[in-house]
Design a protein around this ligand. Structure first.
Ligand code: HEM
Length: 207
């Protein structure tokens, strides 16, 4: 029972952090506060995963071979997305131009898509990971599209107008990409067994 309440609290915390990030979509928060709120959402999403019924269930270990390993991407993906968000927030606060954000977007999007596809093609038996991977795949694809629309909105001399929704959606989907990649990382770092560890675990090699 206690764990169920902890889970509800984590979900409520994630919703509150998401709303706070969303509030910054109309009028940008300063870079520090924006990163703190995006980071808070990511922490809450990890707590949502760790307090879930699936997490309390039996471990689902799988061998993590090949390069890059899922464990490697579990560390790299959330960090890359957080840097992407920092560059987006710095642009919104007119500290830098848009090029760094758009350039880093390619690496971040490819890393998130590869992470999701490796899980879907190699570890689809791991139910919680498979579900998060589907969300990450869709959210990342939508985020790049929304980014282009947000960019076009910024170019419109008479102001974003109808496209201001794209900016709001881009900020919200950006934090979702961060939160989902962080939750996936928690699962991967718990269940992915480095192939070097000669433990008798099912091989789901990916190369
Ligand atoms: C995985 C890829 C991406 C992520 C995670 C991401 C994330 C974000 C986030 C979170 C913000 C708002 C930061 C804040 O809270 O202040 C932002 C702003 C922005 N991003 Fe991205 N972004 C991505 C890709 C792109 C791409 C590909 C483009 C354009 C081609 C783009 C264009 C923009 C623009 C124009 C803004 C400023 C919005 C405004 O206030 O006008 N983003 N991005």
């Amino acid at each position: 029972m206690k764990s169920r309440w902890l889970h509800y609290l984590a979900v409520a915390g994630a919703a509150a952090a998401f709303a706070a990030v969303g509030a910054g979509a109309a009028r940008p928060w300063g870079v520090g506060l924006a990163l703190a709120l995006h980071g808070l959402f990511a922490v809450m999403m990890v707590l949502v995963a760790r307090t879930s019924r699936a997490w309390a269930g039996p471990a689902q270990p799988f061998a993590d071979g090949g390069w890059p390993s899922l464990r490697m991407m579990a560390w790299a993906a959330p960090v890359s997305v957080l840097l992407q968000i920092a560059l987006g927030s710095a642009y919104r606060n007119e500290l830098i131009g848009l090029i760094p954000h758009v350039s880093w977007a390619f690496l971040t999007a490819i890393l998130a898509l590869v992470l999701a596809l490796f899980v879907l093609t190699q570890e689809a038996r791991h139910e919680p990971l498979r579900r998060w991977a589907m969300v990450l795949l869709i959210a990342t694809g939508a985020q790049v599209l929304l980014g282009v629309l947000a960019f076009v909105a910024r170019l419109m001399p008479e102001g974003a107008g109808a496209l201001s929704g794209a900016i709001h959606a881009h900020v919200g989907t950006g934090t979702l990409v961060l939160g989902v990649s962080a939750a996936m990382s928690a699962w991967i770092l718990r269940d992915a067994v480095p192939a070097s560890a000669n433990s008798p675990v099912e091989t789901g090699h990916h190369t």
